[in-house]
Design a protein around this ligand. Structure first.
Ligand code: IYR
Length: 225
């Protein structure tokens, strides 16, 4: 690729082939239809999955845009059963307290259609757990590196991660046990990394059911000017 220097920083030529209107309509429609099939699934089949699939999924998340291209994320990939058991135990301990006393009555009412409880068997059943950490700041050779728009950057990366999981034919649940600091301890992450999401990944169990929910129509979410 041709390189030129702009104010001392190398730039490379970038090109995307220009598609016709029809081509864009059909590609965007096909992608939408595919993403429309994505559902949060909490029941996993234990069939093993090549680790390369997970590596590709995480590589995809790593293509996300981020503030000043600092890529303020770390992904922990867990397949070890003993570690999964420890994570399940610690998560359930927090969730028990949350469901018993931390969550409001309205919150629990809102969760009724999903059927969630403090029990999290999927943390042991899924062949892989991905724990996403956000880096409040970076560390290189003992020096602090400033990070920007950390929540936005990591949120976008997680969206791309979930899309890649779906594209690979797998399912996931975005689990947020609260508080999540037990994950920092179990995974021995440094102080500048904070747990962001815990995402079990695998094949959906052969016979699995998901709530019969509808997505908001475009008229409800789009305001045209
Ligand atoms: N973190 C809890 C509760 C929970 C909260 C929301 I908001 C959900 O959409 C789903 C669950 C749990 O994982 O059970």
């Amino acid at each position: 690729m041709e390189k030129k220097r702009i104010e001392g920083f190398p730039h490379v030529k970038y090109h995307r082939p220009k598609l016709t209107g029809n081509e864009m309509v059909s590609r965007s429609e096909a992608f939408y239809q595919e993403m429309e099939q994505r559902r949060t699934v909490r029941e996993f089949d234990s069939t093993p999955i090549p680790v390369e699939v997970l590596e590709n999924i995480i590589k995809t998340a790593n293509t996300a845009p981020s503030g000043a291209h600092k890529q303020p994320w770390t992904f922990c990939l867990i397949s070890d059963s003993e570690l999964k058991t420890k994570i399940r135990k610690a998560a359930e301990e927090e969730e028990k307290t949350s469901y018993a006393s931390r969550m409001s009555a309205t919150w629990k009412e809102d969760l009724k259609p999903l059927g969630t409880t403090w029990e999290k068997p999927f943390l042991e059943e899924a062949p892989f757990l991905i724990v996403v950490f956000k880096q409040s700041y970076g560390m290189k050779n003992g020096e602090k590196i400033q990070h920007y728009y950390v929540n936005e950057s990591v949120g976008i990366a997680c969206g791309m991660l979930l899309s890649a999981i779906h594209k690979a034919g797998l399912v996931a649940v975005t689990h947020t046990p609260s508080p999540m600091n037990f994950l920092s301890k179990l995974l021995k992450r440094p102080a500048h990394e904070k747990p962001y999401l815990l995402i079990p990944v695998g094949y959906a169990k052969a016979e699995t059911y998901v709530p019969d929910i509808q997505r908001k129509p475009l008229e409800d979410i789009l305001i045209r000017f």
